[in-house]
Ligand binder design. Structure first.
Ligand code: NAD
Length: 263
């Protein structure tokens, strides 16, 4: 129970398939007390049902595109928690037409701005709002993807937004480190979720992924959750500014072993 006595806000739970759900489950198993924020009223029922499983009834609506909404969320949380120990940012978005086809053809100024605002700046905005309420030894965590480092078909502007998000992790780590607040990211392998289904041909990506990954398979939200729980715990007290890959080793392998094995 290495998170016993700690309180975390999880932002980005939409349904049971969400990476945020794997993270909530792992953190709850390790004894953490959890609060949840959800994007809009539409998600309230789903999120409150899941939150019940984690013994939480601290749920607040927050659209991260609005500073006012973020401020209201922290005020609402402060009525129950005077301080807490960190947050999980499991949020990403780009307009659907940006994630389909040739990057140069699909890219627009508006889509670029939205993707970077919701998928990267919102992490800074949540960190800024949380700062007065954070205990010493708090930890912030976000979710990235390999598209931050390498090009991939259809991922397009989300790759640029994730590159910005990974830089965000390093700059926030430097900005908050002297207050003993750590900031890290997990670069997760592809998992079938609502957000992922917005990327054209995502299923195809999953199968070629399993073939090249050294573990020969994709990863689960539980596996991502376990690493999230570790990174947010005092076991990881010396780690900040890092992007930790939970991807079955995919990013370390240039080719699939299957194709070059002597059989
Ligand atoms: N699924 C994958 O293959 C994969 C891989 C690596 C990284 N990620 C990242 O993991 C994170 C979680 O995504 P997921 O795959 O669990 O999908 P998901 O659809 O379950 O979660 C995405 C969340 O973002 C929230 N969101 C979007 N716009 C928002 C806004 N304006 N305000 C507040 N919340 C908003 C949605 O409500 C949803 O809860 C994202 O950052 C995603 O890019 C996903």
């Amino acid at each position: 129970m290495f998170l016993k006595g700690k309180r975390f806000l999880i932002a980005g739970l939409a349904n049971k398939h969400s990476i945020a759900n794997g993270i909530a489950s792992a953190m709850h198993s390790q004894g953490a007390e959890l609060a949840f924020s959800y994007q809009s009223e539409r998600l309230h029922k789903n999120v409150s049902k899941l939150a019940e499983e984690y013994n939480s009834d601290l749920l607040v609506e927050c659209d991260v595109s609005s500073d006012k909404s973020i401020e209201q969320m922290y005020h609402a949380i402060a009525k129950t928690w005077d301080k807490f120990d960190g947050l999980i940012h499991s949020i990403g978005f780009a307009p659907g037409n940006e994630l389909d086809g040739n990057y140069l053809d699909a890219a627009t100024r508006e889509g670029f701005q939205i993707a970077h605002d919701i998928s990267s700046y919102s992490f800074t905005a949540l960190a800024k709002g949380a700062k007065p309420y954070l205990n010493e030894n708090s930890a912030l965590l976000t979710l990235s993807y390999l598209g931050a480092q390498q090009s991939l078909p259809n991922y397009n502007v989300m790759g640029l937004a994730k590159a910005s998000l990974e830089a965000n992790v390093r700059f926030l780590a430097a900005a908050m480190g002297r207050d003993q607040i750590r900031v890290n990211g997990i670069s997760a392998g592809p998992i079938k979720t609502l957000a992922a289904s917005g990327v054209k041909n995502f299923r195809k990506m999953l199968s070629s992924y399993a073939d090249r990954a050294p573990l020969g398979r994709t990863v689960t939200t539980e596996e991502v959750g376990n690493v999230a729980a570790f990174l947010c715990s005092n076991l990881a007290s010396g780690i900040t500014g890092e992007i930790c890959y939970v991807d079955g080793g995919f990013n370390t392998a240039a080719l699939s072993v299957n194709e070059y094995e002597d059989r």
